[in-house]
Design a binder for this molecule. Structure first.
Ligand code: NDP
Length: 513
């Protein structure tokens, strides 16, 4: 088999109405779908991808003609793969007896093929086995590359030459990291594009599959009250916060090569910022949204070292507690300067956001796990209630908080009067949305993204020009940090992070919560 081109994705454009289940679409009825998890012996496959596929299968979101193949070098039989993955499948949707029945139906559709990542011959063998299972008028294949990035190009080359669909589409989901800087990322893109078209590449950042991303757009564009305030005229600053209350536990080797800026800021937080700050897209189509994101990303000035604080957590022993520091990880050098915490100010050079600081804060081993956007509004001009000398104007500013963790919620801090004869103001929360209103299970990010990739919906996947623009924001900073060997400020495990953050916030008149 020589290089087989994928059928143009336009033929299989996603249903415009995303509420139409994929299983009811013409494509799902008429064709077979094979999902090939490359690196099936690994952590990500076992803990995330197969469980997400099972949740979709349980929820009848997968087509009738669906098969999953695991591919990796480790020798394993189909049965051994089934035993391994069955340990991590959970009945998220319904804990009734029916779950076991569904689980065994699902496992019967899972197969395993062992092979090298760089062997075209081994991918041909995979192709033979996939063909045995395929049916329907067309056969579609979705690859999930759950292997270290060093293997991406080999897999893509072999799979596209020897094991892509002949009459349907072939798509490949690629996991981050997408390079370490602008140069390596462009090289990876070029290498991938020798074998795939941009339409076939689905760059995944699983955080983009979280509810926050979609709800941010709904909040902005389907309510009259927010969009008119969404600019430098009313917004004083924006904070994007992503903190974890655990360290690199077990991921030290991977993390030490990347650090928090590459791991969280350059992708996850920057994507969030882009959705927050972009101009309204023409439609909700993926290309319209991605065009707007690229525009705003290109308007962001490269981050300056003067506007950054980096930190690294240190261990401590106190009472009967002892926690390890970052460099206590055996996979990390004792002299590592890799930041496990960073705070940075970003500026968007466009008419909407000129002069508004966007502060990103990301860190590991902090006192809480938090993921949220905080929008601080300007002071009320000539505020009648703030005329006392020494009154703190900040106490009276409105703040909008869009939070994914610990509890999904959106609230607006407003001032109101405490009931009674006196005139006392209180700042309370106007809770716009909370888990209690929607008590149902929220699908895992991987479920949403896998389903989107099957549907050909690219909205939550990163396009190559977006990736280039995102790297341009951080690459000069990363180079400078590394060339100048900037030592991160140490902070105790479980603390609020380096104190330097408060000075950085103060420089831009940002009240850090
Ligand atoms: P693993 O390290 O577990 O690797 C997956 C599989 O790839 C392994 O089982 C192994 O399979 C093969 N492999 C590992 N190292 C090498 C190597 N040096 N050369 C060739 N093959 C190798 O990774 P994960 O499953 O944790 O993650 C997969 C990818 O997803 C990585 O790129 C990671 O950065 C990314 N990622 C992971 C997340 C997670 O939650 N785990 C989250 C976000 C991204 P075999 O030996 O059988 O071939």
């Amino acid at each position: 088999t020589s290089l087989r081109s994928s059928v143009d994705d336009k033929v299989t454009a996603p249903d415009k109405e995303s509420s139409v289940p994929y299983t009811r679409s013409k494509e799902a009825r008429d064709s077979s779908l094979t999902i090939i998890v490359v690196g099936a012996s690994g952590d990500l496959a076992r803990n995330k991808i197969f469980p997400a596929l099972f949740a979709l299968f349980y929820d009848d979101q997968l087509p009738q003609n669906f098969t999953a193949f695991g591919y990796a070098r480790s020798p394993m039989t189909d049965e051994e793969l089934r035993t391994t993955i069955s340990k991590t499948l959970t009945c998220r949707v319904d804990k009734s007896e029916n779950c076991n029945e569904k689980m065994s139906q699902f496992l019967k559709r899972c197969f395993y093929q062992s092979g090298q990542y760089s062997s075209e011959e081994h991918f041909s063998e995979l192709d033979d086995r996939i063909r045995e299972k395929e049916g329907g008028k067309t056969s579609n294949r979705l690859y999930y590359l759950a292997v270290p990035p060093t293997q991406f190009v080999d897999v893509v080359r072999c799979a596209s030459r020897r094991s892509s669909s002949e009459n349907g589409w072939t798509r490949m989901i690629v996991e981050k990291p997408f390079g370490r800087d602008s140069e390596s990322s462009s090289k990876l893109t070029l290498d991938l594009k020798q074998h795939l078209t941009e339409d076939q590449i689905f760059r995944i950042d699983h955080h983009l599959g979280e509810e926050l991303f979609e709800s941010l757009l709904v909040l902005r564009f389907s309510n009259l009250v927010f969009e008119p305030l969404w600019s430098r005229n009313y917004i004083r600053n924006v904070q994007l916060i992503f903190s974890q209350d655990f360290g690199t536990e077990g991921r030290g080797r991977y993390f030490d090569n990347y650090g928090i800026i590459r791991d969280v800021m350059q992708n996850h937080l920057l994507q969030l910022l882009a959705l927050f700050a972009m101009e309204p897209p023409v439609t909700l189509d993926a290309e319209d949204i991605r065009n707007e994101k690229v525009k705003v990303l290109r308007s962001i000035k490269p981050v300056s070292l003067d506007d950054v604080v980096t930190g690294q957590y240190k261990g401590y022993t106190g009472g009967n507690m002892s926690v390890p520091g970052y460099t206590d990880d055996p996979a990390v050098s004792k002299h590592s300067l890799t930041p496990t915490f960073a705070a940075a100010i970003l500026s968007i050079n466009n008419p909407r956001w000129d002069g508004v600081p966007f502060m990103m804060v990301a860190g590991k081993a902090l006192h809480s796990s938090r993921a949220e956007i905080r929008v601080q509004f300007r002071h009320v001009p000539g505020n009648l209630y703030n005329r006392k000398p020494g009154a703190n104007l900040d106490d009276a500013t409105n703040e909008l908080v869009i939070r994914v963790q610990p509890d999904e919620t959106v609230y607006l801090k407003i001032n109101n009067k405490v009931p009674g004869l006196g005139m006392r103001l209180d700042c309370s929360d106007l809770n716009l949305l909370s888990k209690s209103r929607y008590p149902g299970e929220v699908p895992d990010a991987y479920e949403r993204l896998l389903l989107d990739a099957m549907r050909g919906e690219r909205r939550l996947f990163i396009r190559s020009d977006e990736l280039d623009a995102a790297w341009s924001v951080f690459t000069p900073l990363l180079n400078e940090l590394e060339e100048k060997k900037i030592a991160p400020e140490l902070y105790p495990y479980g603390s609020e992070g380096p104190v330097g953050v408060h000075y950085l916030g103060a420089k831009y008149n940002i009240r850090c919560e």
